[in-house]
Design a protein around this ligand. Sequence first.
Ligand SMILES: NC(=O)c1ccc[n+]([C@@H]2O[C@H](COP(=O)([O-])OP(=O)(O)OC[C@H]3O[C@@H](n4cnc5c(N)ncnc54)[C@H](OP(=O)(O)O)[C@@H]3O)[C@@H](O)[C@H]2O)c1
Length: 268
Amino acid sequence: MPQPYPPATGLTRRFVSITHFDETNSLEKERAMAGRIAVVGGSSGIGEAIAGRLARQGLEVVIGGRGEERLHNARERLGGRVRAEVIDAGDAASVERFFERVGPLEHLVICLSGRKGAGPFATLSLEAVGEGFQEKVLPQLRTAQVGLKRLAESGSITFITAASARMVAPGAAGLAAINGALEAMVPTLAVELAPRRINAVSPGVIDTPWWNDVPGDIKTHYFEQSRATLPARRIGKPEDVAAAVELLVGNTFMTGTVLEVDGGARLV
Ligand SMILES: NC(=O)c1ccc[n+]([C@@H]2O[C@H](COP(=O)([O-])OP(=O)(O)OC[C@H]3O[C@@H](n4cnc5c(N)ncnc54)[C@H](OP(=O)(O)O)[C@@H]3O)[C@@H](O)[C@H]2O)c1
C-alpha cells in the first residue's frame, strides 16, 4: 500500500530541518539587505566595489568621500540607486553634516584609507605613525561614533582595516599598530553596542587606485613578490573584499568578527 508521506527517517527529519534553516536564514538576509547603507570611502577602490555590490542587492547606497569630482565619477560608474555626499572624516563638523544629509541608516561601512606609518622600525618616524593614526584610526572611529546616532538597532558597522594588523612583515610594525588598534576594538564594540553588529574586514594587498601614488617600480616589484609568495598566488581585487563585506552585512549572526581577505598573507 503506497504511503502518503515519505517515512520520517532520521535523514528526512534532518533534511526538513535543514530546509527550514535555509529558509529562515534567507529571510534574515533579506531583512538585513534592506534600507540605507553609507559607505564612507566609497568613491574609489574597495569602497566603490562594496557600494556596487550592495546596491545590486537592493540596498539604498550613499557613498562618501572628500573629493567632489571623485565622488561624482564614482556615482556615474555605479549608477542606479547610489547617492553621493561629501565627507571629510578628519573633520568633526563635516562628519556631522554628512550624517544629517544621509538620514537614518541600516548599515555603515567605513572604508577610508590612510597612507602613513610604514618603514623599518629602527628609523621609523613616530610623527608619521601619529599621522597614520590621525588619517585612519581617528577618522574611522569618528565616523562610527557619529554614524551610530542614526544607525538602526538591527543594523551593522563594518570597518575596513588591513592585514598588516596581524601579518609578520618587517617594515610594517607602524601599520600593524594603526590597523591593530582598529581590529582590537571590534569585539568590545560588538558587545557594548549590541544589538547592532560590529565587524571588520582585513584586506591584504588589493589592486586599487591607492597604489597609484606608489612609485611604479616599487608597486610592480611588490605585486610580483606578493604573487609569488602568497598562498593564493594572486593579488586581491576590490570585489574579493566586497564579497566579505556583503557576508557580514547580510548574516545577522555575525558580530565581533574580523574577516581576513588577504590571500593568506598572514601565514607566510
Ligand atoms: N589597497 C590595498 O592594498 C589595501 C590593503 C589593506 C587595507 N586596505 C584598506 O582598505 C581601505 C580602502 O582602501 P583602497 O585601497 O580602496 O583605497 P583608495 O582607492 O585610495 O580609496 C580610499 C577612499 O577613502 C576616501 N577617503 C580617504 N580619506 C578620507 C577621509 N578623511 N574622509 C572621507 N573619505 C576619505 C577616498 O576618497 P577621497 O580621497 O576623495 O576622500 C576614497 O574614496 C582602506 O582602509 C585601506 O587602508 C587597502
